[in-house]
Design a binder for this molecule. Sequence first.
Ligand SMILES: NC(=O)c1ccc[n+]([C@@H]2O[C@H](COP(=O)([O-])OP(=O)(O)OC[C@H]3O[C@@H](n4cnc5c(N)ncnc54)[C@H](O)[C@@H]3O)[C@@H](O)[C@H]2O)c1
Length: 381
Amino acid sequence: MRIYKRNILITGGAGFIGSHVVRMFVNKYPEYRIINLDKLTYAGNLANLKDIENYPNYVFVKADICDYDKIQELMKEYHIDGIIHLAAESHVDRSIKDPFTFARTNVMGTLSLLQAAKLYWETLPEKYEGKRFYHISTDEVYGALEMTNPEGIEPPFSTTASSSEHHLAYGKDFFYEDTKYNPHSPYSASKASSDHFVRAYHDTYGMPTIVTNCSNNYGPYQFPEKLIPLFINNIRHRKPLPVYGKGENVRDWLYVVDHARAIDVIFHNGKIAETYNIGGFNEWKNIDIIKVLIKTVDRILGNPEGYSLDLITYVTDRLGHDMRYAIDSTKLQRELGWEPSLQFEEGIEKTVRWYLDNQEWMDNVTSGDYQRYYEEMYKGK
Ligand SMILES: NC(=O)c1ccc[n+]([C@@H]2O[C@H](COP(=O)([O-])OP(=O)(O)OC[C@H]3O[C@@H](n4cnc5c(N)ncnc54)[C@H](O)[C@@H]3O)[C@@H](O)[C@H]2O)c1
């Protein structure tokens, strides 16, 4: 049997960000064995990883992170020495309707992974030496920032990620690594709680943990309940574009592959017990993003400019909708040399083209066919 240099457990690898991380690690590090553990909820889709599913250094395991016995078994079976934990319930609207599922997966699931890793690593002669528990979290744990400059101002930084036409900040404050946690939705409250557990395992047991908090991601393979893929698909099919409130809420956007690149750098070079913020310094009001999407999709489909603007439909605002998120990622840039590789225009162009070119993927996901197919395939495993 081949001996691998590292055996890394990636949880949630069949989801949006996880699939990019798994693909990057499997391709870039043939000397590592990558074990992708995913429950395949509605958000998990193995079709996201078709291109690498037969690689010798890739293993898929269908399991629930809350299944503590199973995780303990896997730690031993695969000699896991690194964990990159992405599995989560991730959609704010769903958390408002069903908070229990979020507490179960995001809090209890993270705790089950931490405890299984602790017990296994403590049995080894070298214990925590060379081990890593890397927890992926969100900027939403910091709460909301005020929009003090609704028209936008020149931001106090330059970045490769923001668009050359649009380079604005909508307030003076940003989220820093030491910003006090102040989550507002059941989703962000569950992520905040899991972040605290991860840090507590470092402080109490000395587990080598790292936490990162990232801004909104966009790119290929995102489940189309989220704004960007949903709206691209709706514009294509001339369906309404439901905009919460007045569309004034501001988010900071990062291309998903740039997040995966950051995860790679931090997993290998990040300092134990540290927190790193990851973001693009790329703030957009929802309504402006929607207009960019309309412009891009209409241009690519050969529609006249402004053709799909009539699809915009304002709907009642989300409960407790946070006004503005804006992340300061200078620590990561300064200490580990990471910065986004793509400008927003390039990222959006790539993303729109990917969804338009992959209508079959979109149709499978929206019809639920992928789940029936994989349920059949993994029955009884
Ligand atoms: N999407 C974003 O913009 C964003 C931004 C910052 C941080 N994050 C964080 O990154 C991580 C991944 O987000 P995403 O957008 O790729 O999410 P996603 O919803 O696309 O994927 C989540 C994956 O986790 C799996 N999963 C869910 N419950 C599970 C369980 N109990 N056991 C095993 N697997 C389970 C799902 O099947 C799915 O494959 C999450 O932790 C999220 O909080 C996301």
